[in-house]
Design a binder for this molecule. Structure first.
Ligand code: PMP
Length: 360
């Protein structure tokens, strides 16, 4: 039986995508070879790459002013590549809203003098900063956000205002493709694929072309965005299979109705789950202080005791709900409900939560 998979990433994928992989992995399109066996420079793979990029731009609303590349190394490599390519000893502003943002900041310190425009670390990242708390520096090279804080369960539902003319960069690893947003407000967006886009192994980076002239020269070839833009992600062998899976996931996303439909379902899932938690706020204790900061992707809560939490996870697991243990820095429960988790999974989980509360 297929479990309800609430893993934070790698995470659940649409079943139809997994089934297509089963069909296409041994033999691709009558080629007499697997997709895993063909050259990354073959016309078949070139077509996959082009189509993936096209669908990504179409679904997310990127205009022709943007270029997308597919790299290995995880979103974590982007923490370094971003400042390496753009900071050059200067200042950039970081809005620090969780562990991943902190890691991005740490890398930036290697290449310049990042300024912490706001941080909620002293409150253990249980909320996002208010707009008036964010203090941008005079003339930063860019401003860096994390759109969804996978570990702490917070998400920007409306991005704060930023100074005119300063490029805005964002780590959207854990909520890319989950909702509509104004892509034109961002100059660089990166996302590890293993939550909403596909499997681990590929990171998708979209860069506004007007930034190309600002990229630092003289970097190691593989760490320069220019290399990958100029070579259409084919300077070296890209993660071909992971890119292929991303293509299938994007096709699925388009088929089910694109971002507006996906957003509608995600909103509903959040309403149902937070609704259940809010009925019993002393029992399912949301860790996010400010309801407006609650993530629609990763929902975090504690329970009255660690024993109850352990019992909850154990009984949930026996009923087929997998991956609910919170990150060690928050503890408790984390329900990761990316796009491929249907509303039904959340409804079933909420029924379990009701029963568990009654019996315990
Ligand atoms: N940013 C965010 C928001 C994440 O959730 C994660 C991983 N969970 C990362 C960055 C790091 O991604 P990776 O493991 O692909 O380096």
């Amino acid at each position: 039986m297929r479990k309800w998979n609430f893993n934070p990433g790698p995470a659940t994928l649409p079943l139809s995508v997994l089934e297509k992989l089963k069909e296409n992995t041994v033999e691709y399109n009558g080629l007499g070879m697997s997709i895993l066996e063909i050259s990354h420079r073959s016309k078949e793979f070139e077509a996959i790459l082009q189509e993936t990029k096209k669908l990504y731009h179409e679904l997310l609303g990127f205009s022709d002013d943007y270029e997308t590349i597919f790299l290995g190394g995880g979103a974590s490599l982007q923490f370094a590549m971003v400042p390496m390519n753009f900071l050059d000893g200067g200042v950039a502003d970081y809005v620090v809203t969780g562990s991943w943002a902190k890691k991005a900041l740490k890398e930036a310190k290697l290449f310049g003098s990042p300024h912490v425009a706001a941080s909620t670390e002293s409150e253990n990242f249980t909320r996002l900063p208010k707009e008036e708390e964010i203090k941008y520096s005079e003339n930063p090279k860019y401003i860096h956000f994390t759109s969804n804080n996978t570990i702490y369960g917070t998400q920007w539902h409306k991005f704060p205002k930023t100074p005119e003319g300063v490029p805005v960069f964002c780590d959207m690893s854990s909520d890319i493709l989950s909702r509509r947003f104004d892509a034109s407000k961002f100059s660089l967006i990166y996302a590890g694929a293993q939550k909403n886009l596909g499997p681990a192994g590929v990171t998708v980076i979209t860069i506004k072309k007007d930034l190309i002239s600002k990229m630092k020269d003289g970097l190691p070839t593989m760490l320069s965005y220019k290399t990958h833009i100029e070579n259409n992600s084919l300077y070296n062998t890209p993660p071909v299979y992971a890119i292929y899976v991303v293509k299938l996931v994007l096709e699925w996303a388009k088929e089910i109705g694109g971002l507006s439909k996906i957003e509608e379902v995600n909103n509903k899932k959040a309403e149902v789950l937070y609704g259940t938690m809010d009925k019993y706020p002393d029992y399912y204790r949301g860790t996010v202080k400010d309801k407006g900061s609650r993530s629609f992707m990763n929902v975090t809560f504690r329970m009255p005791s660690e024993e109850l939490e352990a019992k909850f996870i154990k009984e949930a697991s026996a009923k087929g709900f997998h991956g609910l243990k919170g990150h060690r820095s928050v503890g408790g429960i984390r329900v990761s409900m990316y796009n491929a988790m249907p509303l039904e999974g959340i409804e079933k989980l909420c029924e379990f939560m009701e029963d568990f509360k009654k019996n315990n």
